[in-house]
Design a protein. Structure first.
Length: 642
């Protein structure tokens, strides 16, 4: 988000320098760059309240006396009956409509509206849309303007399902799929709620009668829609992070004031819908706890002053959060607010004491490491997944999640590992072998329970070598691999059905999840001491989004002594497009002293899809060198297109 320094300065009488404001913004945790007198801001996802000029000034109020009283329309506004049907009260609990008629004389932009376009060099659209964009910039509250003459009653807000053609006001035609929250008029989608309006009801330079919508949408019903349909939407960016549900009256009166400054208003009417009472967030104020959390010693007066300047107020012994601060839930959040004001650099550091690992825990770590070595030595890869996800009845809910889809601590590893496996399968991996060690948590009779678990998931071919290439992973494979670890008569290895999974693969998915304590015993440790292998740890390389291309070559070697020369060259051949080479077939004809050897070559690029010509060029180099080795030939070479 871009905020000109000059526009901040209008509201700060002390006139701090640009560098001083920059330092204060960094102290508050607001990353930014400065270009030509404009702050280019980056806010964390939980600070949607700062995505506006007003929001940034609210945060700076802790350091400066700020005059933030923008003029609003103060006269009485008559109500009107609007034929609106909200079928999704939970998705949209608060919504207002303002209907305004103006005359034909619209003045040139002046005042704050003119400064907005001039300072940010923004392209103008039409009168009402321009004011809507300005209001969004100034207040952080999206509004949407319909040409009132293009809206047929009733206007409905509902979830639509299936495929619907929708032409946006930017002349982009998209197909809405699955489930979407939308405004519908006369069976036509006129607005993808919280994202973008439609062309059929859009305002133009000729619009003189406007219907202005100001709403609060549940962020969970907006998240991801703009990305899904490739729509650039400032409104969606703000709705996804949460807007102030109680700002409608002030925002609409500010909207009217800007209109009034530029034209004659013939009539104004308002219609407001409130489907539930706003529940303000408040919790017990604990001055001592805030100091203890941060390891500081500020006075109670300083503590109360900081909190009040940030927009919070006190009711008896409780802190009451302003409606625009949906990210604040408890005293931990308040302590973080105080830390931003004090400045993290001004909080004295303390040495951290790390307790010695107990012998029991040391044995557990040693066992895990040895088990990791065994799995990695058999072609498995370790993954580390996000410990949060969707919850079940026994899940522990996080007080202040950054993502509404990850509000709970996971109670098992299965879903995470299954997603990992499917991600790799979609990228054409022939064999997927993954494991994860993690602590998991759940509630039992109101108490938090914890255990450390191992999850293993695998599917596809057993291995990329001539012995395992034609063998498929099944339950017996995992039992044989973990024979030294699993308790006898264990039946924890299961298969995951592909019936309800979006995948074209048919290979069996084998899964094991087991508590580490059920594996840990001295007998297991002694057994695996004699099975350790030389493990080669590989640095992580991002998986290419582009498809791979494979080629197979089968060689016939008349002189067995040349087998090693051929294998050394092929397996050691390097090319930026050649990602993998392995032997998938081996046969020795003892009678005729001939060796048959099959190699598979995997080509892939991280920049683009590899072409036939690129692959053939590399294969020709490989073939030419191999055929130069005495007694090596490629049966059927004349039929190959290299």
């Amino acid at each position: 988000m871009k905020i000109p320094y000059s526009q901040l300065l209008k509201f700060i009488p002390s006139a701090p320098s640009m560098n001083e404001i920059s330092e204060k913004l960094f102290q508050l945790g607001h990353e930014h760059e400065i270009n030509d007198g404009i702050f280019d801001m980056e806010f964390t996802p939980n600070r949607g309240d700062c995505l506006s000029l007003d929001g940034l000034l609210r945060d700076l109020m802790v350091f400066y006396d700020i005059n933030q009283n923008n003029p609003i329309y103060t006269k009485q506004i008559d109500k009107f009956e609007f034929d609106f049907l909200n079928e999704e009260n939970n998705a949209c609990p608060y919504i207002s409509f303002l209907k305004i008629n103006i005359d034909n004389n619209i003045k040139e932009y002046s005042g704050a509206l003119k400064e907005y376009f001039d300072d940010l060099n923004i392209k103008k659209n039409n009168f009402f849309t321009d004011i809507s964009n300005f209001i969004l910039y100034e207040t952080g509250q999206p509004t949407h303007c319909y040409d009132a003459n293009k809206i047929d009653s009733p206007l409905k807000l509902k979830f639509i399902e299936g495929d619907h053609i929708f032409e946006t006001l930017l002349d982009k035609e998209i197909t809405l799929t699955d489930k979407n929250l939308a405004f519908v008029s006369n069976n036509e989608v006129v607005n993808l709620a919280g994202i973008m309006g439609g062309k059929s009801s859009a305002c133009s330079n000729d619009t003189r009668s406007v219907l202005i919508e100001c709403a609060f949408f549940n962020p969970e019903d907006i998240i991801g829609k703009a990305l899904k349909y490739a729509l650039t939407s400032d409104a969606a960016h703000k709705y996804e992070r949460g807007v102030d549900p109680l700002c409608h009256e002030k925002v609409l009166r500010r909207f009217i004031k800007i209109i009034e400054e530029h034209t004659n208003i013939l009539s104004i009417n308002i219609c407001q819908f409130k489907y539930k009472n706003f529940e303000k967030v408040k919790f017990k104020s604990d001055f001592k706890k805030a100091n203890d959390i941060l390891g500081i010693k500020i006075s109670k007066e300083e503590y109360q002053d900081y909190i009040s300047r940030l927009g919070f107020h006190f009711e008896d012994d409780y802190i009451v959060c302003p409606s625009y601060r949906s990210d604040i839930k408890n005293m931990n959040d308040i302590a973080e607010e105080i830390a931003r004001v004090v400045g993290y650099n001004n909080i004295r550091s303390e040495p951290l004491t790390i307790p010695l690992i107990s012998s029991t825990l040391g044995s557990s770590i040693s066992f895990e490491n040895k088990l990791k070595d065994t799995l990695i030595g058999n072609g498995f890869y370790e993954v580390i997944n996000n410990p949060f996800g969707k919850g079940i009845d026994l899940s522990i809910k996080v007080d202040n999640p950054l993502d509404s889809n990850r509000e709970y601590l996971r109670t098992d590893l299965k879903n995470s590992l299954l997603n990992n496996l499917l991600y790799n399968e979609r990228r054409q991996k022939l064999s997927v072998k993954l494991f994860e060690f993690s602590d998991i948590y759940w509630l039992s009779e109101g108490n938090i329970q914890k255990k450390r678990s191992l999850g293993i998931i695998c599917s596809g071919i057993v291995g990329k070598n001539y012995l395992d290439f034609s063998r498929k992973i099944d339950s017996n494979y995992l039992y044989r691999l973990l024979d030294d670890f699993l308790p006898k008569n264990d039946n924890k290895v299961t298969t995951i059905s592909r019936e309800n999974i979006q995948t074209k693969k048919q290979d069996e998915i084998v899964y094991l999840e087991i508590e580490i304590n059920q594996l840990l015993n001295n007998e297991s440790l002694e057994k695996i001491k004699h099975k350790e292998k030389n493990i080669i740890f590989k640095k992580y390389i991002p998986i290419s989004e582009f498809p791979f291309s494979s080629r197979d070559l089968s060689f016939s070697i008349d002189d067995p002594s040349k087998y090693y020369d051929l294998q050394k060259f092929v397996l050691g051949f390097k090319n930026k497009l050649l990602k993998e080479v392995f032997v998938f077939d081996f046969y020795k004809d003892e009678k005729n002293e001939v060796i048959k050897l099959g190699f598979r070559f995997i080509f892939q690029s991280s920049l683009s899809t590899v072409t036939e010509d690129q692959v053939n060029e590399v294969m020709n180099k490989i073939i030419s060198h191999c055929l130069a080795i005495d007694s090596v030939n490629i049966p059927g070479l004349k039929n190959l297109k290299y």
